[in-house]
Design a protein around this ligand. Structure first.
Ligand SMILES: C[S@@+](CC[C@H](N)C(=O)[O-])C[C@H]1O[C@@H](n2cnc3c(N)ncnc32)[C@H](O)[C@@H]1O
Length: 460
């Protein structure tokens, strides 16, 4: 039978796949089903028929899975952020472990056998964990009310979010204040008109301080026209929310998918926060994080991930902390380090890292600003050697040249990844360079979403 768009088909959901969709078969064809939970028997509407698979969406649940639960967010269907809130948490962790194992199955990857899969790191905190929030802004057509929230999945339609259970309550209160009191207009993407494009809030779960950035659809030269208005609005926010320790304006006049433009001005207070992390052996680490520096969104799980990294390393080692940000991991490993060498391309992160090394009593450290690929080559030329390279690249992963250099610079590599697909690609490259994947551990950095963080340990 030829299946076509909009057909309704009956399916039994077998498992979850990495995208968060349910997996099923229909007459021998693979079907990926949105909003499905393993164990469900559903009627699903066909969205698209591709060459090798069908995409569908649950239309009616005939028999509900024992693992299906009621989402705790009222906007679960509209928002698309936490796409797996309808799955029992413990079962979801089991599924994430299976997905991770499938990525690295020796059936798919030749030479990838004997990997030890360590227990998946769960999140003790599944609500109010998100310490960086970026809300898109728009405006209603007639009444010109401000809309603040996330884009509906696969669209640029702003879902107006007044309550989001995964962000701390204070963030929501500030966003609601902005929604009610901002008088300078919101950006309408279709017309490329209007002022306020995004609001970005960074929150420290330990100091409780907040820095707030307004991203506007204008450049710095134009800014004096609204400068006083935005300044007095910022003063009002600080008065109403004394934990707001800084307000900034970012200028992004281009029609682009990038949230931030190049320039940012501090207009009130300071442009950094301090965030503490705690290791499982009771050590407290404190990090300065400036406006442009990366910091982990979920500090509660980040510290568990770094404990897992620490457990893989021997004491008195030379450690390369590559893609090191503000020194987060390197400093966490300080008690094991004979020397820490940090490599990072973001200037403000490097400045923060220097402060953080001192702040945390690290003595033997060095920092290198620039592209990792180039710096690794310089290290090779100067015959640098490390016991361990700990690498934590962005979602797109590392690259062949960098991994080639790393395989010559270090005896073992710990790879912290937020994307199993690029980790798998890079693991194959490292394997070709003589590094074997020994252990793999997943972590739930973004509970109730499909995301999987992992810690991979490679030895020469
Ligand atoms: C996922 S973050 C990890 C930061 C840090 N390890 C942490 O846990 O907070 C990745 C970092 O790599 C940096 N980065 C991205 N591409 C880079 C490159 N090619 N060379 C050096 N640093 C890079 C980013 O600026 C960012 O700070």
């Amino acid at each position: 039978m030829n299946i076509k768009q909009d057909d309704i088909i009956e399916l039994t959901i077998e498992k979850l796949v990495y995208s968060g969709s349910g997996f099923s078969h229909y007459n021998g064809q693979v079907v990926f089903v949105e909003n499905a939970v393993p164990g469900d028997i559903v009627k699903a509407k066909v969205l698209r028929v591709n060459k090798n698979f069908i995409q569908a969406k649950v239309d009616e649940i005939l028999t509900s899975s024992q693992y299906r639960v009621k989402p705790f967010c009222p906007l679960f269907n509209a928002c698309g952020g936490c796409n797996l809130q309808n799955v029992d948490y413990d079962y979801l962790i089991e599924q994430k472990q299976i997905i991770l194992k499938e990525f690295f199955s020796s059936k798919i990857l030749k030479d990838f056998d004997d990997i030890e899969f360590k227990p998946f790191i769960k999140s003790d905190v599944t609500k109010e964990y998100r310490c960086k929030v970026q809300n898109a802004i728009s405006e209603t057509k007639v009444s010109k009310r401000l809309l603040c929230g996330y884009y509906k999945e696969n669209t640029h339609d702003v879902v107006n979010i007044k309550y989001c259970p995964i962000q701390p309550r204070i963030i929501e209160q500030i966003i609601n204040y902005i929604r009610e009191n901002w008088k300078l207009g919101g950006y309408i993407e279709k017309k490329d008109k209007g002022l306020l494009k995004h609001v970005i809030i960074r929150y420290s779960s330990t100091s409780k301080k907040i820095i707030l950035t307004f991203v506007i659809n204008k450049d710095l030269e134009w800014f004096n026209k609204v400068e006083n208005d935005i300044k007095s609005f910022s003063d009002e926010i600080i008065k109403s929310f004394p934990d707001v320790s800084g307000v900034l304006v970012n200028f992004n006049p281009k029609k682009t998918n990038k949230i931030l433009g190049e320039k940012t001005e501090l207009i009130a207070g300071e442009d950094f926060i301090f965030q503490k992390l705690y290791s499982n052996d009771g050590i407290e680490y404190n990090y300065k994080v400036s406006k442009n520096s990366f910091f982990q969104t979920n500090p509660f799980v980040a510290q568990k991930v770094f404990d897992a990294v620490k457990s893989l390393l021997k004491a008195n080692s030379t450690i390369l902390d590559a893609y090191g940000g503000v020194g987060t991991i390197g400093i966490f490993l300080n008690t094991l380090a004979k020397r820490i060498t940090l490599v990072e391309e973001c200037e403000s992160a490097i400045i923060d890292a220097k402060t953080n090394f001192k702040l945390n009593g690290c003595k033997n450290y060095e920092v290198f600003l620039g592209n990792a690929k180039r710096i690794f080559k310089d290290f090779l030329k100067s015959r640098k050697k490390f016991d361990y390279a700990v690498i934590d690249p962005p979602r797109k992963g590392s690259d062949k040249e960098s991994l080639d250099s790393l395989s010559k610079l270090a005896n073992a590599i710990v790879y912290v990844s937020c994307n199993p697909a690029t980790l798998m690609r890079d693991a194959k490259i490292l394997n070709d360079f003589g590094f074997k994947l020994k252990t793999l551990q997943g972590a739930d950095m973004f509970p109730y979403t499909h995301h999987i963080e992992s810690i991979a340990y490679f030895e020469k």
